[in-house]
Design a binder for this molecule. Structure first.
Ligand SMILES: Nc1ncnc2c1ncn2[C@@H]1O[C@H](COP(=O)(O)OP(=O)(O)OP(=O)(O)O)[C@@H](O)[C@H]1O
Ligand SMILES: [Mg+2]
Length: 276
């Protein structure tokens, strides 16, 4: 947190809060294709970090390493000071209690109701009475503005509502970190904005640390405390939205130009005090 430190104490580590998650030298190949090529990454606690980068650069593969769905060829991942890349599947459950992932596609179970979808992680991780479960389901749905939808099936929900329910399912176990893979992709601008507001709400109300992977520059700008740019399996730059947008680096400015006429749609500026 930026403190009202007067002139005496210089900020530590370039002013960032402590990192809750660190990735060092992560490498991963699939077949002959090297996807992660020595990725270094830090996730400051209590903040929202956005990862931007072109399709195929390894963003989703990075997220899957964090929760142990993919194991690295080389490198280390530490979470809360403990190395997690080499944990057994059983030990990994501890990590998955603390780190929730919102998958790129919402990945709800289509044959289960909203309630059953949300109870699923609870049953995996906690032994609660059915009354406690129902209360936690209701609270999680309320947090994403989907109160009362317990008995619906995914097919009865819009794309934006599915994302909200998927988010409720990620947060029902009260994780300290939430990973979002393209949370606004496929949503219209109004629903995308609604999801962005939820990301901010979870940070403000629950103190959740977030890592948001996106192509959506409008969304990145709304939610990010800090942005990391990835390309070809490495993190190549970091900074605020405005710092990166004004970068002289050819790749970064090209990415912002091509991804981003959307970053400054007419009328978007009223939400953002800082324009040029
Ligand atoms: N399980 C897997 N087996 C083989 N190749 C994979 C696997 N997972 C990912 N890849 C490959 O790794 C590369 C990076 O994939 P990844 O899904 O991380 O991209 P991304 O940066 O998330 O892209 P997008 O923005 O399109 O989601 C791609 O070329 C992909 O085909
Ligand atoms: Mg992806």
């Amino acid at each position: 947190m930026p403190s009202p430190a007067l002139n005496s104490e210089p900020p530590q580590t370039a002013g960032y809060p402590e990192s809750i998650l660190s990735i060092r030298g992560l490498e991963k190949s699939f077949g002959g294709q090297k996807v992660l090529k020595g990725l270094n990454f830090d996730l400051p606690e209590g903040q929202t970090t956005v990862v931007l980068g072109p399709s195929g650069c390894g963003k989703s593969v990075m997220l899957k390493h964090i929760i142990g769905l993919i194991r690295p060829d080389a490198g280390e991942i530490t979470f809360e000071g403990q190395r997690i890349d080499n944990l057994s599947e059983r030990q990994m459950k501890w990590v998955r209690l603390r780190i929730g992932l919102l998958f790129q596609l919402s990945a709800l179970f289509d044959s289960m109701t909203v309630r059953q979808n949300l109870e699923f992680p609870l049953a995996e991780h906690k032994s609660l009475s059915s009354g406690q479960q129902a209360r936690q389901v209701a609270e999680a749905l309320d947090m994403v503005d989907m109160a009362g939808s317990e008995n619906k099936l995914p097919a009865q929900l819009s794309g934006g509502q599915k994302k909200r329910v998927a988010l409720a399912r990620a947060l029902i176990i009260r994780p300290s970190v939430i990973l979002y893979d393209e949370p606004t992709t496929g949503l219209d601008p109004v629903r995308a904005k609604g999801i962005d507001e939820l990301v901010v709400r979870l940070k403000d109300r629950l103190g959740v640390t977030s890592l948001v992977v996106t192509h959506d520059l409008v969304s990145a700008r709304r939610v990010a405390d800090r942005i990391v740019m990835m390309n070809e399996g490495r993190a190549i730059a970091e900074g605020s939205f405005d710092e990166l947008r004004s970068s002289n680096d050819e790749f970064i400015s090209g990415f912002f130009d091509s991804a981003g006429s959307a970053a400054q749609p007419s009328g978007a500026t009223h939400e953002h005090e800082s324009t040029r």
